[in-house]
Ligand binder design. Structure first.
Ligand code: SAH
Length: 211
């Protein structure tokens, strides 16, 4: 038994209590060791349901938020998923563990280097790029799903264009204090849109984000 195994089981029980039901997602969250993505002095708190600092003023998202967004994305085996905001690499590892082919963009090169080291060490094969993710990743588009893990002022058109028919974009949109989670599903040239209130993310900074 690892030092954090029981804590991780408690985290899974809490996610189920809060309505997370995707079995493959819960299995992935039960196996990825979140504490390997959380730097000291916060490592001890890795299985609390809270966001934690990862340096450079950024945070690893709260487990419930990771679960909620990933469930909303509806990840299937072999799906091509683009993540904007690699951060610690934890969300990317969850997607990988679920069998997705993962592409992830991070604007902070130091965070990206640390995330890459962690992901490589754990054997997660992910394509990453340093830079502004608000314009997407044209070379590898279209994607079955795009997940943005930082809060945006609006839904970037550039990302909608890079989704396959039937695919989804999950993105927090609002002001700098509070955001709603928007789920856009592509139906031909139109998009169905659902919205869930009350999330808090670090800002998405870039051409189609905050200046
Ligand atoms: N998914 C991450 C959470 C990261 S927090 C995890 O699992 O740990 C959001 C991240 O988005 C931060 O690291 C921030 O630097 C990054 N970010 C903000 N604006 C961005 C942009 N325009 N393009 C790429 N990354 C961005």
């Amino acid at each position: 038994m690892g030092r954090f195994d029981l804590d991780r089981e408690d985290m899974i029980a809490l996610l189920k209590d809060r309505g997370i039901s995707d079995a493959r997602l819960l299995r992935a969250m039960a196996s990825v060791e979140r504490h390997l993505f959380v730097p000291e002095p916060f490592t001890q708190r890795s299985y609390e349901d809270s966001a934690l600092p990862i340096g450079k003023g950024q945070t690893i998202s709260q487990p419930y938020t990771v679960a909620f967004m990933t469930q909303a994305l509806g990840v299937r085996e072999r799906d091509r998923i683009l993540e904007i905001g690699t951060g610690s690499g934890y969300q990317a590892a969850i997607l990988c563990e679920m069998g997705a082919r993962v592409f992830s963009i991070e604007r902070n090169l130091e965070l990206l280097a640390t995330a890459r080291k962690t992901l490589d060490r754990l054997g997660y094969r992910i394509a990453t790029k340093g830079g502004d993710g608000t314009i997407g990743w044209n070379e590898y588009s279209p994607f079955d799903g795009i997940i943005v893990t930082a809060g945006a002022p609006d839904v970037p058109e550039s990302l909608l264009k890079q989704i396959v028919d039937g695919g989804k974009l999950v993105i927090p949109v609002g002001d700098l204090e509070m955001q709603n989670l928007i789920v856009c599903t592509r139906r031909g040239e139109a998009f169905d849109r659902t919205e869930v209130h009350g999330f808090k993310f670090v800002p998405l900074v870039g051409k189609m984000g905050w200046k």
